[in-house]
Design a protein. Structure first.
Length: 339
């Protein structure tokens, strides 16, 4: 179906993904009615300039000072932080102003797997205002729907397995995943303390099992160092990572269900060897068994584009928290008219 009405968009958090999404929204010809960010050097600047373009005539407002009453918009796209707890004030502002919310924070994909009381609070705020809430981004098709689709033909499912490798060795996040750490330092830091990535990826197998109709019983997550038996070159650190030294993090997740089906995930964020490329695999072991592998060629654009392509879904969705697994597979907007 080709839609004619143009959704009116607010961008909340105008960093990398906020500005990338704003560019895609503009390319669709949809109006951006306001942009907000916490206090700092982005406030008072033009959103277009922050996106690296000519001015668009949209001045970024301080989210702690702005007046949201009378905000005439359909959807707020929020790209601030991964953690629900840190985003609650922003959710209250946008949902309270009567806007549907699409959040890019990774915990937002499956709030019920993070903190049930925050889930219920967000759900209640959305319902009280007659609007909907959705967490989405690049996992939508590459980690959630790919897992649901691969189980589609099954008559019986024994277990599911998810494995992904992501190249962090050329990025600024080497410390976040412990590249170059001794095993002792890794155990004391990333192994022990959630930090920026702990507790987030466990929601992927939970979300897939939930989407397949299973009842989650137990979830465990462990973070361990990825170790090579030979030196591997880390471009970001400009040095070899020697055997026995951490070349990144492996997040190992195990999920059980009341029905007896299990899912496990090995998510590796690490230095790559020559010839490796980012990819994510889902395997279903059952009758029949199948594998589905996704190779993302441009994860950044894909993540911003998932938010844009879910805009119509969330406008049409029932009030409260919605999950991508409930909204159906993400659909292209390629046939929508552009300016
Ligand atoms: N859903 C997915 O699949 C997926 C994929 C990749 C990344 N992510 C997540 O998406 C989020 C955004 O990423 P990014 O690269 O765009 O980050 P970023 O460049 O740091 O942008 C975040 C922006 O939000 C602002 N901000 C932070 N906290 C705020 C608050 N409480 N109120 C108002 N503004 C606030 C920041 O302001 P200042 O910089 O001015 O302080 C910054 O402009 C991150 O949490 C990231 O991990 C999700």
């Amino acid at each position: 179906m080709i839609h004619s009405a143009k959704p009116r968009i607010v961008i909340y958090g105008v960093g990398l993904f906020g500005t990338m999404t704003a560019q895609l929204v503009r390319a669709r010809g949809w109006p951006i009615v306001a942009a907000y960010n916490r206090a700092g050097d982005k406030v008072g600047k033009d959103l277009g300039v922050l996106a690296g373009e000519e001015p668009w005539g949209i001045c970024v407002e301080d989210s702690d000072q702005a007046n949201f009453s009378g905000l005439e918009a359909d959807v707020a796209i929020m790209a601030t932080t991964d953690r629900l707890a840190q985003n609650m004030t922003g959710y209250a502002r946008m949902l309270g102003a009567g806007l549907n919310v699409i959040c890019h924070g990774s915990e937002a994909y499956f709030a019920r797997g993070i903190d049930m009381s925050l889930h219920d609070e967000i759900d209640a705020m959305a319902k009280a205002n007659g609007v909907s809430f959705l967490g989405t981004g690049v996992w939508d098709y590459s980690r959630i729907w790919s897992g649901i689709l691969v189980a589609g033909p099954c008559q019986n499912i024994e277990r599911l397995f998810h494995k992904s490798i992501t190249n962090i060795g050329e990025s600024k996040y080497t410390d976040v995943v412990g590249i170059g750490f001794t095993q002792e330092k890794f155990a004391e830091t990333i192994g022990k303390v959630p930090g920026p990535i702990g507790g987030i990826y466990k929601t992927i197998p939970q979300h897939v099992l939930y989407g397949l109709g299973y009842t989650i019983k137990d979830v465990t997550e462990k973070r361990e160092p990825v170790l090579y038996e030979h030196p591997v070159w880390c471009a970001a650190l400009d040095k070899n990572i020697e055997p026995g030294i951490s070349a990144g993090t492996r997040i190992v997740v195990n999920v059980t269900t009341d029905e007896g089906v299990t899912a496990s995930a090995h998510i590796e964020l690490r230095v790559f060897e020559a010839g490796e490329e980012d990819n994510m695999l889902w395997q279903v072991i059952g009758n029949p068994s199948s594998d589905l592998r996704t190779v993302r060629r441009d994860s950044g654009t894909a993540s911003a584009a998932c938010m844009v392509n879910r805009v119509r879904d969330i406008i049409a969705a029932p009030p409260g928290i919605n999950l991508v697994c409930e909204l159906g597979p993400i659909k292209t907007t390629a046939l929508e008219p552009t300016p």
